[in-house]
Design a protein around this ligand. Structure first.
Ligand code: MN
Length: 394
């Protein structure tokens, strides 16, 4: 098996899979604002919507195509004529359009949802890819619920759609059921079967918290496109988080010799912008972009961090657009951090002042769930400095 490149393409589906989850609806202008940020970020393919699903989705794909004509814009379509035609129409102004067509291939979806045989699904997949190719050069096929599909059949479908003109074959773990080892092996089987004829893509959901781990295993198995979203938003527990997969490849290049075209210094602002547009942000302890991702409160950690940042920081926060790591002054903090903060705020404290300040500080912090604000530290310093004077006046 020979892979041409160690370049992993980042297919962003924040505006499609992400947008279709609860609390994440976006208007067309909001999608455009987000799309601009995704372009700055350097995503390779921007999935802007599912044109047959709604007028808004059609308009979004059309608007993103007009506004960013040189971006690779993808539109989703089921494997049927109406969907594919609608997607093609929405992409009319894109200079690098991609039609992304899908059909479920697992027995469970075929039997209960589609009520179709494997042969029918295969025929419809091939027909849709052929039709899409009459409109655009760049066609992606997705075998929905691929991870739970009979591998034999999955391989057969993958080869057939590539023969019909698909350049990318996506094998989603639609329901987030797979595990890294199992998924990596499945992807490897498909990658070997397709060789250099197509790019194998993955699309993982986080129902078991494995979306990123599964995507990583898939890259090792030969996948060269990862579908992901900012803040990991998406159906149910969400999709593979873009910032996490990208920063794993960057931070652990020693173990994963692959690279992406992402300008990582835009990651934090992309996360913030998305949080402003939708109804929720990432949890505070979210990797890379969470409020606490670069915050240190424990005294031992703060002491180490102040001596040498890399003692407790594996990523330079500036590399993802976070101004700098922050020390949270709370009840677990020590004198070293408190003295440093006082200095940063413009106060040179002598030993005795620091002792009194530290005592008062821990007294206040002990009753807090959150740390102290800088203004509170300043006011404590003033108290400490005024205390001896007051004692004289008394
Ligand atoms: Mn999905």
């Amino acid at each position: 098996m020979s892979f041409v490149s160690d370049r992993v393409y980042i297919f962003d589906t924040t505006l499609r899979d992400g947008e279709q989850s609860p609390g994440c609806s976006m208007t067309v202008p909001e999608k455009l604002t987000m799309a601009r940020k995704l372009v700055d970020l350097g995503v390779d393919i921007l999935e802007a919507g599912f044109p047959i699903a709604s007028e808004g989705d059609f308009e979004a794909v059309d608007a993103v195509s007009r506004e960013f004509p040189w971006s690779q814009v993808a539109a989703l379509a089921r494997c049927c004529t109406l969907d594919v035609e609608r997607a093609a129409k929405a992409l009319k102004h894109a200079k690098r359009p991609r039609i992304h067509t899908f059909i479920a291939t697992s027995d469970i979806h075929l039997k209960f949802k589609l009520k179709k045989t494997q042969q029918q699904a295969l025929d419809e997949a091939v027909a849709a890819v052929e039709l899409a190719r009459r409109h655009v050069d760049d066609v992606e096929f997705s075998a929905e619920d691929g991870a739970r599909t009979d591998p034999e059949f999955l391989e057969k479908v993958s080869k057939a759609v590539v023969a019909a003109g698909a350049r990318t074959v996506n094998i989603p773990d639609t329901v987030g059921y797979s595990t890294p080892k199992e998924y990596g092996q499945l992807i490897n089987r498909i990658a070997r079967a397709l060789g250099d004829c197509a790019i194998v893509s993955v699309h993982c959901h986080d129902d078991l918290g494995l979306a990123v781990a599964n995507s990583l295993a898939a890259i090792e198995g030969g996948a060269r496109q990862v579908e992901c979203t900012i803040n990991g938003i998406g159906e149910r527990a969400g999709n593979c988080s873009l910032e996490e997969i990208v920063m794993i490849l960057k931070t652990r290049a020693d173990a994963y010799p692959y690279h992406t075209g992402i300008h990582t210094e835009h990651l934090y602002s992309a996360s913030e912008l998305l949080s402003d547009i939708i109804t929720f942000g990432p949890q505070p302890n979210k990797s890379i972009v969470g409020r606490n991702a670069f915050a240190h409160e424990a005294g031992i950690h703060q002491d180490g961090y102040l001596k040498e940042k890399t003692t407790y920081e594996i990523i330079d926060p500036r590399s993802v657009g976070v101004p700098e790591g922050k020390l949270v002054l709370g009840k677990h903090s020590g004198r070293h951090a408190l003295n440093q903060r006082a200095k940063d705020l413009g106060f040179e404290l002598n030993r005795a002042e620091l002792d009194v300040l530290y005592e008062r500080f821990t007294h206040v912090a002990d009753h807090r769930k959150k740390g102290l604000m800088d203004e509170e530290i300043v006011s404590l310093i003033h108290e400490v400095r005024q205390a001896p004077l007051r004692a004289v006046a008394d």
